[in-house]
Design a protein around this ligand. Sequence first.
Ligand SMILES: *[C@@H]1O[C@H](CO)[C@@H](O)[C@H](O)[C@H]1NC(C)=O
Ligand SMILES: *[C@@H]1O[C@H](CO)[C@@H](O)[C@H](O)[C@H]1NC(C)=O
Length: 366
Amino acid sequence: MLATLWLLLSLAIPVLVFHTTSSCPNEKSCQKALLSDNDIFLPCNSSGAQWYFFFLQDKASWSNKVSSVSNIEIIPGTGILIRDPAPSQTGFYHCQDRNGIPVVQYEIDFQDVSTLHITHRGLGQKPLQNETLSLGGAELIFTRWEPWQDCNRCGEPGERKRLGYCYIKEPLQEPMPCWLYLGDLKLWSSRMRPEMQVEACQVPCKISTVDFITFDNFEIREDLGSVWLTCPLGSIYRPILWEVNDIPLTWQGQLSNQVLSSILEPTSGGRQLQVFEPAIYKCFVKQELMARFNPRPFPDVLETLQQEEAGPQLESREAWKGKARSVLKALKLMLLVGIVLGLLGLLLKLCHPSQHKRSDQVLLVK
Ligand SMILES: *[C@@H]1O[C@H](CO)[C@@H](O)[C@H](O)[C@H]1NC(C)=O
Ligand SMILES: *[C@@H]1O[C@H](CO)[C@@H](O)[C@H](O)[C@H]1NC(C)=O
């Protein structure tokens, strides 16, 4: 059920929030490093736009067949959405208008998030050092840092993160993202990795009026021992905070190898949380509560029913099971209705043009 709702949510959100300002302002071409496996939207403000792709690793010629790339979706008149981009999709993305005139050209380096180098300032962990590329030249490999994201919590100590991308610089040249620089050259260096750095922060709170969704049905299956929770509208490119029974989870705790009952998924910047015990989990994006996950209540209901039944031993076990099943069905139905209403509420909120706050929810490429 959760999966279906997620599908609904993830299908609905892009369409609803993708009407923000065009990126690459005053420029027709942008070069940008991003992370693989994290959805991204490339805007192109032109109706009847045609897209052409060229992946550096794959010497095939230009192709405008979007249907040939399963994880790229054209949102007509606004741009393309790339879901879970792969490092092999590093390359050029050109958008032309209906007359074939270039509107915007992106050069995107999807750096491999599975090699993300994570450090925490509070733990004295150091980011990667500058190194020279061993091609005999003077090319320098270094990390170009994005600005710090907002603090993930307000009023109390929180954490903030920033992403850093691998760049290569030749003397007297502008630096380039590593894999755009290398093209189809197969070169490997342990220095060539994207980075994420975390530090402590504390900021005052602003008034927030955003509604959140409640998921009332997560369940930790015995055979798996854990379950993944996904924060709606969370992204590695935005500040995220998880709380377990109102206690915040920190990267500091996770990176200092404390024994934890839940794990922030590093390659999604903590958008996903792996949990091993039933508890109330809340997630915040940009300091606003996005969702609350309550454990599935059914086993408790069943237990109560079982205890009641154990006394008089009137009904046969089978008849009782049938009864329990219909109670479960009714509960499930109620939950479904509740969640769908919550979801609709969120979607309406997103649609509502007066919510200026929401306008920056899209992951734009600057
Ligand atoms: C898209 O382009 C049109 C015409 O150039 C312009 O009027 C409009 O403001 C643009 N929209 C966005 C979101 O940039
Ligand atoms: C690494 O190289 C970059 C780019 O030249 C430079 O901005 C930065 O200061 C260097 N860092 C160190 C620690 O030398």
